[in-house]
Design a protein around this ligand. Structure first.
Ligand code: SF4
Length: 272
């Protein structure tokens, strides 16, 4: 893949920041240290009508008990989720009332893109606009994510899938509670098992800490390869965080380059 450096920097809106960072390395370091203690900002609204949504795989027969009561898994909930096909999983999420977020959501947000994609991008949870539209990463953070994808010659809906750890919006965009994550993460786990992506990009602290079962910060986790149920994982900053911490866009670009190199190695290993 031949990428023009200026084009890539422009896609990430890095050109002015790149110059500022070089001129103010000490300041950037101070911002970095402070940034590790900050929460990702709420997602912001944006028109995403043009975003292509790839069709999900053809559905197979959904068990009668799942159709009748898709969200209530009185017994063996995890085991039942692990046997759902894609369509049944979507139905299950849509009707899920397994945690208190079901009471305040407008709708669930399952994910968007190609279910057979090699790239899986995982964020935290829907925001206000995502809750309204039923799609992850709309608004300004979604626009930046699209630019991040473009920087490595990717496009939403084309060999990419975008999902969140949480399928319902936490009120006031608060962090999801541990119990809520415990209830919801099996859905993503099943998505990953069905998709079998080559590489996962964990976007932000909540996604990274949940996937990797750690309390480490994004700064501590980025720059090396991790694993989630056997799938390689690379950690980078959440686009909403980058909107507030411009100097870290350069680090996100480094992460994207690392992810692109890793994907090329994974693809080459598959073909060998
Ligand atoms: S957040 Fe997840 S576990 Fe909670 S109600 Fe929504 S889909 Fe169910």
């Amino acid at each position: 893949m031949s990428l023009n450096r200026d084009d890539m920097l422009r896609e990430l809106e890095l050109l002015p920041v790149w110059k500022l960072r070089e001129a103010s390395a000490a300041k950037a370091q101070a911002v970095d240290a402070k940034a590790q203690t900050q929460q990702p900002e709420p997602l912001m609204p944006q028109n995403a009508d043009e975003v292509p949504v790839a069709p999900v795989p053809e559905a197979v027969e959904v068990p009668a008990e799942v159709k009748a009561e898709p969200a209530v898994f009185a017994e063996n909930r995890l085991e039942q989720i692990r046997h759902l096909d894609w369509q049944a999983l979507q139905d299950c999420v849509q009707g899920c009332v397994a945690c208190e977020l079901s009471a305040t959501r407008s709708q669930t947000v399952f994910g968007v893109g190609d279910p057979h994609a090699e790239w899986l991008f995982v964020g935290e949870a829907p925001g206000v606009e995502e809750d309204r539209k039923g799609e992850p990463f709309v608004g300004q953070a979604g626009k930046l994510l699209d630019n991040m994808l473009a920087a490595i010659k990717l496009k939403r809906g084309h060999n990419t899938y975008i999902a969140n750890i949480m399928k319902c919006r936490p009120p006031e965009n608060r962090d999801p509670h541990r119990g809520e994550v415990t209830q919801c993460e099996p859905f993503l786990e099943r998505q990953v098992a069905l998709m079998q992506p080559k590489l996962i990009l964990a976007l932000g602290r909540v996604a990274a800490q949940t996937l990797l079962q750690t309390d480490a910060t994004v700064a501590e986790l980025r720059g090396r390869l991790h694993s989630y149920n056997g799938v390689p994982v690379i950690v980078t900053y959440h686009p909403a965080y980058l909107l507030r911490n411009l100097t870290d866009k350069a680090k996100a670009w480094e992460d994207l380059c690392y992810a692109r190199r890793t994907m090329q190695e994974l693809q080459a290993a598959t073909q060998a």
